[in-house]
Design a protein around this ligand. Structure first.
Ligand code: PLP
Length: 425
């Protein structure tokens, strides 16, 4: 049986697959390898092949392969505790486990909507999202995602949500961009009416859709303030930015705001298990409890082996000081990538921590997006890249390697991209 629908660029890997992985490397059955510059799309934090983690997961499977989310178990309790003690802002003191980032964002929508609904604010349902955002594939998450290609044909199932500009500031344009973005946000709240808006969802640093876009702290302070003023909950989508990817514990720490609700996945287990989570202020959960409205359980959500995987993954990040390593190697990655800015075909290079992006120009006359062609050629030359962007004309190559990647491997990832771009442009 054939798998999935083949995507250009990756189709060449579908037949043979990857049989092994170690550190930042993927191995095919013939022994040849690919360097994973994508970190499997922002998932891999501590590197592939940690046998000690596999042993803990195996032991957990043996003891408690699965327990319904209606029961408690040591793995869930321990993970919730470590999130509270070490990773999340003290305001975020409740957590609910699901299976993926999309499900975490679905749960965030429910939390926000039910919180207002049960407080008698029944007209508050809309969620403001930002241009160039991506929040997942499920219909609620997709309703908050402004990517026409991903939404195509599914419009009847998607709610119409207000969209505001994101606030990426090119060098020297900070003040102007911040003012423009904030004016648009104020105008949107005004025109829709704060009494129709339940929440605003943001990626604190945009990931592959926008291409590692950061905004200045003064923008975030005002976003936070506007949300508070209008009783709009601020949701931070930490699916990519959480757990050290940007060099801070969470993306909102890096950006400089405090959210009411956050969604998490990817770096939570670093790929050693399938797990997502939503966390929020205790008061929000308490309103749901008092009103008798549950957060819907996903049968496999918070599966004990996945929680054990997350616990171990986070332990490695702590014990091996990988946040410091993200700072060091992330700066090195930036130094290596920045000169590409002057290469023909490159529009911009930007990033923070271990999340960087190279935006390339459109290439007219091709029947494949340039980003997909770069992925294809990268695979031929032994590097696996993460393509992004929200339209035919918006082409991003995102870098999100594991925090443990060596400098030598970073150099190779950048040199191959440089080669591929000079072949194409
Ligand atoms: N949010 C962001 C910012 C993402 O980048 C993604 C996936 O790439 C998601 C949500 C959806 O997560 P998942 O693919 O685990 O459903």
């Amino acid at each position: 049986m054939k798998l999935d629908v083949l995507r250009p660029g990756w189709d060449q890997l579908q037949e043979e697959g990857i049989v092994n992985a170690e550190g930042a490397r993927l191995f095919r059955s013939d022994g040849s390898s690919l360097l994973d510059a994508a970190g499997q799309f922002g998932v891999n934090a501590i590197g592939f092949g940690r046998k000690d983690i596999a042993d803990v997961i195996a032991e957990t499977i043996w003891k408690r392969s699965h327990l319904s989310p209606t029961l408690q178990c040591p793995e869930r309790i321990a993970l919730a505790e470590v999130l509270k003690q070490k990773w999340l802002h003290p305001n975020l003191d409740r957590v609910h486990f699901v299976n993926s980032g999309s499900e975490a964002n679905e749960a965030a929508i429910r939390l926000a909507r039910h919180y207002h609904y049960l407080r008698g604010k029944r007209t508050k349902w809309k969620i403001i999202s930002r241009e160039y955002s991506y929040h997942g594939t499920t219909m609620g998450a997709l309703s908050m995602t402004t990517n026409a290609f991903r939404r195509k044909g599914l419009e009847p199932y998607l709610a119409e949500m207000p969209v505001v500009p994101s606030c990426y500031c090119a060098e020297g344009e900070s003040e102007n961009s911040v003012n423009k973005a904030l004016d648009a946000l104020r105008a949107t709240i005004e025109s829709h009416g704060a009494d129709s808006i339940a929440a605003m969802i943001v990626e604190p640093i945009g990931a592959s859709s926008s291409g590692a876009t950061a905004s200045p702290p003064e923008y975030w302070q005002e976003v936070e303030e506007l949300c508070r003023q209008h009783d709009i909950l601020l949701i931070s989508d930490e699916v990519v930015t959480g757990f050290g990817r940007t060099g801070s514990r969470m993306g909102y720490d890096q950006a400089g705001f405090v959210p009411d609700i956050i969604s998490m996945a990817k770096g939570l287990t670093g790929g050693y298990g399938a797990l997502g989570a939503v966390s929020g202020r205790g008061e929000i959960f308490e309103v749901l409890e008092a009103g008798g409205l549950p957060l819907f359980y996903h049968t496999l959500g918070g599966n004990p082996p996945a929680c054990a995987a997350a616990f171990e993954n986070l332990k490695v990040i702590e014990e091996e000081n990988l946040l410091d390593r993200v700072d060091d190697m992330g700066s090195r990655l930036g130094e290596l990538l920045r000169p590409l800015r002057f290469q023909k075909g490159v529009k911009d290079v930007r990033g923070v921590g271990m999340l960087w992006a190279v935006e390339v120009e459109p290439l007219p006359g091709l029947d494949i997006k340039p980003s997909a062609l770069i992925v294809k050629k990268g695979i031929e030359k032994g590097v696996f890249y993460w393509p992004g962007g929200v339209s035919e004309d918006h082409n991003i190559i995102c870098f999100a390697p594991p925090f443990t990647v060596s400098e030598e491997d970073l150099i190779r990832m950048v040199v191959v991209l440089e080669d591929v771009i000079s072949e194409l442009y």
